[in-house]
Design a protein around this ligand. Structure first.
Ligand code: HEM
Length: 416
C-alpha cells in the first residue's frame, strides 16, 4: 500500500479524493472519514472521476437530508456517478414522490410478514444443506460456497427464476454495479454493461409474457408487478422495467452476500465476541444488526439538489451532487457509542445507517436480517469454529462494500 493511503494525517482534505475506490479496497477509508466528521462534515470536492460533489459524513446530517426529499432529490440516480442521459433506467429507488410510492407499493408484498414466515423455513433448509456440504479440514472460499450460493438461491426464489439459471442473477448483479468509474477502472465499460442490461431485459421480458394471466397465485416480484394496476403494463416501458429489475437484483444480492461474509471476518477479528455468541445463541439477532452496521454494505447513497440551499452554513447549488456516506455515519461516535468497536450486545443495535432512512429506507431489511440470522443459527449448530485462513480480498468499489474472497476452514462440532 502506498504511503499516500497509509497516513493522511498531514494531507490537506482538499487534496484527497473522498470517492477513491482504492481506499475501500485497501481498507484505509476510516481515518479520512474521521477527519471529515471532525473538520469538514459538509465537504465540497471540486473534482473527481465522478465530477464535483458534496460529502456528508455525520449521522444526524444524513438523517436530516433524507427527510427533505423535495430539496434533496433521488432523481436522476442514487450513486455518485451519472448514467449517460440517454441510458437512464428509471427505478423507484431513484424516484421522488408520488411515483416512488406507487412503484414500491406494487412489490412490497414480497417482503410482507406472512411471506417472510414462509421464506424462513425454506432459508433454513437451504442454509443447512449448504453448510453440511462444506469441506472439512481444507481451506475454501466462504464468499463462493456460502454467501454467494445462499443469496443467489434467495434471489431466484423472490423472482421465481428458473432454478438452473440462477447463477445468472449474481453475475448480473456484479456486472451492473461494476461501473469502471466506481472501481478505479477495474469494472466494465459502458458498452459491456449495456450488453448485460439488454440480456436482463430479454430474459425477464420472456418471463413476463410466460407468466401473464397464467393464473398462478404466487408472490414473486414479476407477478406482483403484473397484478398491481399501476405497474401491470410495465413491460411496455422497457427502461422502467429493466431499471426496477436491476434495483431488485442488486438490492437483494450483493448487500446480504457481503454481510454474510463480513460476519466471518469480524468474528475472527474479535474472538471474545465470537466466543460469546458460541456460548449464547440468543445473541445472534443482535449480532446480525451489528454485522450489518459494521459492514455497511452500501457505502453511500447520493441525492441531487432541486434548488439552491444553505445547509450547515454551506451554500449548495441546484444540481449539485450530495453524497451521504453511510459508512461514516456508522462510525459516528456522537450517535453510536464506541462506534469503532464490533460489539454484539449493543443497546440500540438497529440504530445504524446501513438501511438508510425515510421513504427509501431499504425495503428488504427484515428479509436480509432474517436470512443472516438463520445462516448463523445453522452455522453455530454445526461448527465450533470458522477460522479465517488469510486476509479477505476486498472489492475496489466506492458504492458496494464487500469481498471477492474469504478463505476459511471450518471445524465441526462433534454433535453437529
Ligand atoms: C444487509 C442487506 C441490505 C442492505 C445493507 C441494504 C441497503 C439499502 C439501502 C442503503 C437502501 C437505500 C436507502 C435510502 O436511500 O435511504 C436500500 C433500498 C432498497 N433495498 Fe436494500 N439493502 C439490503 C437488503 C435488501 C434486500 C434483501 C432486498 C430485497 C428485497 C432489498 C431491496 C431494496 C429496495 C427495493 C430498495 C429501494 C427502496 C426505496 O427506494 O423505496 N434490500 N437498501
Amino acid at each position: 500500500m502506498s504511503a499516500a493511503y497509509a497516513d493522511i494525517s498531514k494531507t490537506p482534505l482538499c487534496e484527497l479524493d473522498v470517492s477513491d475506490p482504492l481506499r475501500f479496497e485497501n481498507d484505509t477509508w476510516q481515518p479520512l472519514f474521521e477527519r471529515l466528521r471532525a473538520e469538514s462534515p459538509v465537504h465540497y470536492q471540486a473534482d473527481s472521476p465522478a465530477g464535483p460533489f458534496w460529502s456528508i459524513s455525520r449521522f444526524e446530517d444524513i438523517v436530516e437530508i433524507e427527510k427533505n426529499t423535495e430539496v434533496f432529490s433521488s432523481e436522476p440516480t442514487i450513486a455518485i456517478v451519472d448514467p449517460p442521459p440517454d441510458r437512464r433506467s428509471p427505478m423507484f429507488i431513484a424516484m421522488d414522490q408520488p411515483e416512488h410510492d406507487v412503484q414500491r407499493r406494487a412489490v412490497q408484498p414480497v417482503v410482507a410478514p406472512k411471506n417472510l414466515q414462509e421464506f424462513e423455513a425454506l432459508i433454513r433448509k437451504r442454509s443447512g444443506e449448504a453448510l453440511d456440504a462444506l469441506p472439512e479440514g481444507e481451506t475454501f472460499d466462504w464468499v463462493e460456497l456460502v454467501s454467494r450460493n445462499l443469496t443467489t438461491q434467495m434471489l431466484a426464489t423472490l423472482f421465481d427464476f428458473p432454478w438452473e439459471l440462477r447463477h445468472k442473477l449474481s453475475e448480473w448483479s456484479d456486472a451492473v454495479t461494476s461501473d469502471e468509474r466506481m472501481t478505479a477502472g477495474q469494472g466494465l465499460t459502458r458498452d459491456e454493461r449495456i450488453e448485460v442490461i439488454m440480456e436482463i431485459l430479454e430474459v425477464f421480458t420472456r418471463l413476463w409474457h410466460q407468466r401473464k394471466d397464467d393464473g398462478v397465485e404466487s408472490f414473486d416480484l414479476i407477478r406482483l408487478l403484473q397484478r398491481d394496476p399501476h405497474t401491470a403494463n410495465m413491460v411496455d416501458d422497457p427502461k422502467n422495467y429493466v431499471g426496477n429489475l436491476m434495483l431488485l437484483i442488486v438490492g437483494g444480492n450483493d448487500t446480504t452476500r457481503n454481510s454474510m461474509s463480513g460476519g466471518v471476518l469480524f468474528l475472527n477479528e474479535n474472538p471474545e465476541q465470537f466466543q460469546r455468541v458460541k456460548d449464547d445463541h440468543s445473541l445472534i439477532s443482535a449480532m446480525v444488526s451489528e454485522i450489518i452496521r459494521y459492514q455497511t454494505p452500501l457505502s453511500h447513497m447520493r441525492r441531487t439538489l432541486t434548488r439552491d440551499v444553505e445547509f450547515r452554513g454551506q451554500q449548495m447549488k441546484a444540481g449539485d451532487k450530495v453524497v451521504l456516506w453511510y459508512c461514516s455515519a456508522n462510525r459516528d461516535a456522537s450517535v453510536i457509542e464506541n462506534a469503532d468497536a464490533f460489539q454484539i450486545d449493543r443497546q440500540s443495535v438497529r440504530n445504524h445507517a446501513s438501511f438508510g432512512f425515510g421513504i427509501h429506507r431499504c425495503m428488504g431489511n427484515r428479509l436480509a436480517e432474517m436470512q443472516l440470522r438463520v445462516v448463523w443459527e445453522e452455522a453455530l449448530k454445526r461448527f465450533s469454529d470458522i477460522k479465517l485462513m488469510a486476509p479477505p480480498t476486498r472489492l475496489c468499489h466506492n458504492f458496494v462494500r464487500g469481498y471477492s474472497a474469504m478463505p476459511v476452514q471450518v471445524t465441526r462440532l462433534s454433535n453437529g
